[in-house]
Design a protein around this ligand. Structure first.
Ligand SMILES: *Cc1c(COP(=O)(O)O)cnc(C)c1O
Length: 426
């Protein structure tokens, strides 16, 4: 059966509403095409994409190099499962481990799966290397974390919507406040069975909370001192988004590839997803050095699709684009400009309290209660004015365009954003 032709946004939304589970509340934009920093809806209206599929589309929509790699590999060999080898996986693993500076990579598909993988590795490491008694391993996480939607991952969320009525919950997690190294050290000292500390270097979903400058390095030092794995979830922050190759690169200003000298904090376990494929295909990965990764042996973990040749080819192309087009440096430059221009506006504004972020992962906080619809209404007005963004946690709006945005486009976007916000000034 050919797909029915969708003639209007209304029609498409109605179909989803009737036949799809209601697990999202999207802005009513029905997109049918994308290119670079732009997307188009079925009526032909053009928008700037200021979400980038939650930072998956860092390389811009439908990047020809990534699409080309995907197309070429898909028409040659798409899936073998890991019962056999394929001729792309090893080359990808070498490329990616060199690129990020780790011994080994474990390939998965979605971000949540990669987080699950990291948790399994950390627990196994605790039992087999640290000498923790089996079933006693503990992983420390932060309040307001977002690490995905699986049963284990939502077990340590404190978002009521994400958790309520999905129990019983997986045990073995301790929550501490974000950006609080004292709490981290206390929690580690209080329990000899701590395997790892799982943390987002910037909390994206929570509303782009940037921790104090030395938080990441201090947290890593505490982990090292107590033989605890420092596990960085860079699914949203990684791969150029925050103006470093990774957010754990801190304020390092080296070229993205990356002498790793100035302020780089190397995680014991690095979790990647989203932009690892430029948003073209579900590709995620866990990276670690041998002493950690080698606790996983045949039969102990896997995925039918993980490490498939299309994913491998797409990931190499997506990482190439980041490097070749200097997108990390561009994110850093454009991000600075964005916050400066927004700050100029906010000084005169009574509807926006502040802008925060790093690189092109930014958010504004609206001067209204989180229960109000103001942020949603602003996003609807932004849509009318040609720019797509989504509120998070009520009164916060995240701004995360593809990293291929140039200065002229960015200034155009700031004009759209500020003139829209002016309609909402009190
Ligand atoms: C998006 C995200 C995830 C989950 O990734 P999925 O591909 O949606 O499963 C995990 N951690 C962080 C920080 C994320 O932003």
């Amino acid at each position: 059966m050919p797909l029915p032709k969708i003639n209007s946004s209304e029609e498409a939304i109605k179909l989803e509403d009737q036949h799809g589970a209601h697990n999202y509340h999207p802005l009513p934009a029905v997109l049918s095409r994308g290119e670079g920093v732009h997307v188009w809806d079925v009526e032909g209206n053009k928008y700037y994409d200021f979400l980038s599929a939650y930072s998956a589309v860092n390389q811009g929509h439908c990047h020809p190099k990534i699409v080309g790699a995907m197309h070429e590999q898909a028409s040659k060999l798409a899936l073998t499962s890991r019962a056999f080898h394929n001729d792309v996986l090893g080359a990808y693993e070498k490329y990616a481990t060199d690129y990020f500076g780790f011994d080994k990579l474990l390939p998965m598909n979605t971000g949540a799966e990669a987080v699950e993988t990291a948790i399994k590795i950390a627990r196994k490491w605790a039992y087999e290397r640290k000498g923790v008694k089996e079933t006693e391993a503990e992983i420390i996480v932060c309040e307001n974390n977002f690490h995905g939607r699986t049963t284990t991952v939502i077990s340590f969320s404190n978002d009521e919507d994400a958790r309520r009525n999905f129990g019983p919950y997986t045990p073995g997690f301790t929550k501490i406040p974000y950006d609080d190294t004292e709490a981290l050290e206390e929690a580690i000292k209080a329990n000899p069975n701590v395997a790892g500390f799982l943390v987002e270097p910037i909390q994206g979903e929570a509303g782009v909370y940037v921790p104090t400058d030395d938080f990441i390095q201090k947290a890593k030092d505490i982990c090292s001192k107590h033989n605890v794995l420092f596990m960085a979830d860079e699914i949203q922050t990684g791969i150029g988004r925050t103006g470093g190759l990774l957010a754990v690169c801190g304020h390092c200003t080296c070229e993205n590839h990356c002498e790793r000298q100035e302020t780089y904090t190397k995680p014991d376990i690095l979790i990647l997803g989203k932009a690892l494929s430029g948003g073209n295909y579900p590709v995620s990965a866990v990276l670690a050095d041998n002493e950690v990764m080698d606790v996983i042996q045949p039969g102990q973990h896997g995925s039918t699709f993980g490490g498939n040749p299309v994913a491998a080819a797409v990931a190499v192309a997506a990482l190439d684009v980041i490097k070749d087009e200097h997108l990390t440096q561009n994110a850093r430059r454009m991000g600075k400009l964005f916050r400066r221009l927004m700050d100029d506006y906010i000084r005169e504004s009574n509807i926006v309290n502040l802008v925060r972020g790093r690189g092109l992962l930014n958010a504004i906080v609206i001067n209204d209660s989180p229960e109000s619809t103001t942020a949603w209404d602003i996003c609807m007005a932004l849509k009318e004015n040609g720019l797509l963004a989504k509120p998070t946690h009520g009164n916060i709006i995240r701004f995360a365009p593809p990293l291929v945005m140039n200065e002229e486009q960015l200034r155009d976007c700031v004009n759209i954003i500020t003139s829209t916000l002016k309609q909402f000034e009190k």
